[in-house]
Design a protein around this ligand. Structure first.
Ligand code: NAP
Length: 245
């Protein structure tokens, strides 16, 4: 099994990399800029015994997507994609959000993910010489809640991800490819600090029905199951991992 994880070097992506490495996947991890964190993640993953390759490539560019999947296909037969790179970028009402932030948010969280899914199904489709496989799209609970006053543009992009999961799953079912999603609620990563609200985890955690934020490993375990043969009859659906919200 050779699996590409976009944004695989930190947060939910890195936790997923650990889960999949334990499950026997060889990994290609994409990331944007943070070389030091990527190297440290790769070192700890290699302790599981599998191959781990790093590709620094911005998936908001066509060249970045090409570079990531070209490298992966040069390493073996790609059988998995965790379409995970994403960010909220900004917290505030839409009327106070600059147009370029709206565009960058939709570009990263939706357009890039659609293009990565496209690249993956071209490699995995049996009619194109692939072996089939699994695509997991990382959505968000925001896709159905809408994230009012916080980031409706991000929620709109993630709702697009859910439609991608529904439609692409049907389109490639005959190619031996399952397409599934996970929709995390609030999870303990630096995404919240990076968007400008360092205290978000403490503020929102108690409002979650289970009374706390989620941990990256809890999302990673859902992704690991969805990628496994135990989920062989699961496609075209998104699993909410959001503590009851
Ligand atoms: P994170 O900790 O901020 O990690 C983001 C990862 O994506 C990093 O590896 C980063 O690379 C990479 N990345 C960002 N922009 C990129 C680009 N343009 N090209 C390539 N790679 C890029 O994020 P996270 O919190 O784990 O979130 C992972 C996914 O879960 C996202 O899709 C997010 O929307 C979703 N999600 C998160 C939460 C949450 O509460 N954390 C909740 C719901 C959904 P660098 O390290 O180089 O920057």
């Amino acid at each position: 099994m050779l699996t590409v994880i976009t944004g695989g070097t930190r947060g939910i992506g890195a936790a997923t990399a650990h889960r999949l490495a334990r499950d026997g996947h060889d990994l290609v991890l994409g990331y944007a800029t943070d070389d030091a964190t990527a190297e440290a993640t790769a070192v700890s993953l290699r302790a599981h015994g599998g191959a781990v390759d790093l590709v620094r490539a911005d998936v908001t560019t066509d060249e970045g997507v090409d570079q990531l999947f070209r490298r992966a296909s040069g390493l073996g037969t790609v059988t998995g994609l965790v379409n995970n790179a994403g960010a909220t970028l900004h917290i505030g009402p839409l009327a106070e959000t600059m147009p370029d932030v709206v565009r960058r948010t939709i570009d990263l969280n939706l357009t890039s993910a659609v293009l990565c899914a496209r690249a993956a199904v071209r490699l995995m489709s049996r009619s194109r010489g692939g072996r089939g496989g699994v695509v997991v799209n990382v959505s968000s609970g925001a896709a159905t809640l809408g994230a009012p006053h916080e980031y409706v543009q991000y929620a709109a992009a993630k709702a697009g991800i859910d439609a991608l999961t529904t439609g692409l799953a049907i389109e490639v079912a005959g190619e031996g490819i399952r397409v599934v999603g996970v929709a995390p609620g609030i999870v303990r990563t630096t995404i919240h600090v990076d968007a400008g609200e360092p205290g978000r985890i403490d503020r929102v955690g108690p409002l979650v029905p289970l009374g706390r934020v989620g941990e990256p490993a809890e999302v990673a375990d859902a992704i690991g199951w969805l990628m496994s043969d135990q989920a062989s009859y699961v496609t075209g659906t998104t699993l909410r991992v959001a503590g009851g919200r």
